[in-house]
Design a protein around this ligand. Structure first.
Ligand SMILES: Cc1cc2nc3c(=O)[nH]c(=O)nc-3n(C[C@H](O)[C@H](O)[C@H](O)COP(=O)(O)O)c2cc1C
Length: 339
């Protein structure tokens, strides 16, 4: 068990916010395998002000999709304050603030990881969020801006001062984006300096890498991000390993196919058939990534336009005798995304 403010979370493995990925179908599927807490992808404070249909759809949830975190991205006090007024009309349990997104179009505006260069500004923004939030507030940081500007500890202390109830640190700098090694020491330093829980993020692709994150940083919980792409079984694996030191058997093609069908149907229910099939195509690639003799199916999956097309490809996959090579390798996971 793990607590963020007053919220009790049943386990220490959290599904990360993932832009263009963490929709309701993806979250529900991971919850079936034991994910006890999930995040919606980041929502821009400015877009919330425009009340777009897309933003409303991102915030759609159900009773099984709880507890749930939402994440706000922004850097202008007025927009953040206005966004708080709108976002608090939706149902969720944690409000996270993004100071971690490395994308050029984001940091150019002074948002996301750009805030790692300005702890005072970050503190001001977080104070506004804390003041207006009815639920516990958390913040997502990076190790720093670049190798010479490792500000995670300073930013985390500023966040704790502003009243946030937990800090998540992705142990890479903005410069690294998603590549290169994770700086576990930067997370360990934050953990040593704070009184509130710390969540570690970076390369949690397997139970042994989750153990490495806990052992090297002393963090209280971990975020599962790329490790969950096409692999909701990771939550079952983490829970089993940390409870019994045993790893469950990896799924065979029939079980993977069953899950793909369920995922496809959830995507269609949520997005409609045309968009749902397009959204599912990338998941099909991740479900089959690294499995021998599946390249022709990935090509066919990428061309699928209707449920019927996609089901045909999944049925063909189901007949394959896949040789389970255990957990997909670290390098394969790293290459999975972003392209
Ligand atoms: C495609 C993609 C989208 C992401 N979107 C978000 C996001 O919306 N908000 C956020 O805080 N982090 C986001 N992240 C970062 C992840 O939450 C996580 O911190 C990072 O991928 C490191 O974990 P990993 O090495 O286990 O993948 C994203 C990462 C990826 C690969």
């Amino acid at each position: 068990m793990f607590k963020i403010g007053t919220l009790k979370i049943a386990s220490r493995f959290i599904l990360a916010p993932l832009a263009s990925i963490s929709d309701l179908p993806f979250r529900l599927l991971n919850r079936r395998f034991g994910c006890d807490f999930a995040f919606v992808e980041m929502i821009n404070a400015r877009c919330l002000g425009y009340k777009s249909a897309k933003t409303r759809q991102l915030l759609t949830t159900t009773a099984e999709d709880r507890p749930l975190g939402v994440q706000l991205l922004g850097c202008e006090e007025t927009f953040v304050e206005r966004a708080m007024d709108i976002i608090t009309r939706y149902r969720f349990d944690i409000l996270d603030f993004n100071a971690a997104c490395p994308e050029r179009k984001v940091v150019r505006r002074g948002e996301g990881a750009a805030l790692m260069k300005d702890p005072a500004k970050l503190k001001k923004l977080l104070s506004i969020v804390v003041k207006h939030s009815p639920v516990p507030v958390t913040v997502k940081l990076r190790a720093g801006w670049d190798a010479r500007t490792l500000t995670a500890r300073e930013c985390a202390l500023a966040a704790e001062d502003a009243g946030v109830q937990a800090v998540c640190v992705h142990g890479r700098t903005q410069n690294q984006h998603y590549a290169g090694t994770v700086n576990y020491e930067s997370i360990a330093q934050v953990k040593k300096s704070l009184h509130i829980p710390v969540i570690g993020s970076g390369d949690v692709f397997s139970a042994s890498l989750a153990r490495k994150m806990f052992d090297q940083t002393g963090c209280d919980a971990v975020l599962v991000a790329r490790g969950a792409l096409g692999n909701p079984w990771i939550f079952q694996e983490l829970k089993s390993f940390f409870a019994t030191e045993q790893l469950p058997a990896r799924p065979g093609s029939a079980e993977i196919a069953e899950m793909m069908l369920r995922h496809l149907d959830l995507c269609i229910e949520y997005h409609g058939e045309r968009v749902g099939v397009v959204v599912f195509r990338k998941f099909f690639i991740w479900y089959t990534w690294g499995l021998a003799s599946t390249r022709h199916l990935r090509e066919a999956g990428t061309r699928s336009r209707t449920r019927e097309d996609m089901v045909r490809v999944i049925e063909e996959f189901k007949l394959l005798k896949i040789e389970r090579q255990g957990m997909r390798s670290h390098n394969e996971r790293l290459s999975i995304l972003p392209a």
